[in-house]
Ligand binder design. Structure first.
Ligand SMILES: [Zn+2]
Length: 208
């Protein structure tokens, strides 16, 4: 009986030791994650004030897109990573993000009553932008399925729309996507290009 009790106590001691070690491991890991999170936040701080913006300075959009301060222009559908500019109507506290090469933005550029602000928009944590790609390929059996597999399963990207036309054995497709940034889009484009039978694929530059 006594022997058994001692074994139980030893077992209990070992269990407690293990629990303490696990708890410590968990706390260390959590602290490390928190530290990493804080560090990441520090690297891309947002310039908060859109109200008193200085058009001579590059304005950083920050890690998350505050929709009360920013609007992504529908004409050119810029992505984080693109060369972008911000347009601010003088009576608004909001910046509209356009691609620097956007024809609409450049047309607006010549009119008055707007501030044009150089922007730096490199990362988003929780905002997905819309982008469209145009793909051409040989109209062979299963090619569409392979392409969709690459987009949905391999890249884990959600599709908004899909438009396919076929002529003389060549298909042309326009696919709408929700995408994180320019890097993700470029990875997706090269993966789609890698599908056997695809002749060309590019980002649709503008809907105008
Ligand atoms: Zn635009």
């Amino acid at each position: 009986m006594l022997e058994n009790k001692e074994i139980t106590t030893d077992k209990l001691k070992t269990a407690i030791k293990t629990a303490i070690a696990l708890e410590k491991m968990y706390r260390d890991k959590k602290a490390l994650q928190e530290k990493a999170g804080k560090k990441k936040k520090k690297t891309v701080p947002a310039d908060d004030s859109v109200k008193n913006i200085d058009p001579k300075k590059v304005h950083r959009v920050g890690d998350s897109l505050d929709l009360s301060k920013y609007e992504v222009a529908d004409c050119c559908k810029p992505l984080p990573g693109d060369e972008v500019i911000g347009f601010k109507e003088l009576n608004m506290d909001k910046l509209i993000i356009h691609k620097a090469i956007c024809p609409t933005a450049n047309a607006l550029n010549s009119t008055q009553k707007r501030l044009i602000v150089p922007l730096k928009w490199t990362a988003t944590n929780d905002f997905l932008s819309r982008a469209f790609i145009v793909v051409e390929g040989v109209d062979s059996k299963g090619i569409l399925l392979k392409m969709l597999h690459v987009i949905s399963d391999e890249m884990n990207v959600n599709m908004i729309s899909l438009n396919i036309t076929t002529q003389s054995g060549i298909f042309k497709g326009e696919i709408g996507l929700y995408i994180k940034d320019l890097t993700s889009l470029n990875t997706l484009l090269s993966k789609v290009m890698g599908v056997y039978g695809v002749i060309s694929v590019h980002r649709k530059s503008s809907t105008i």
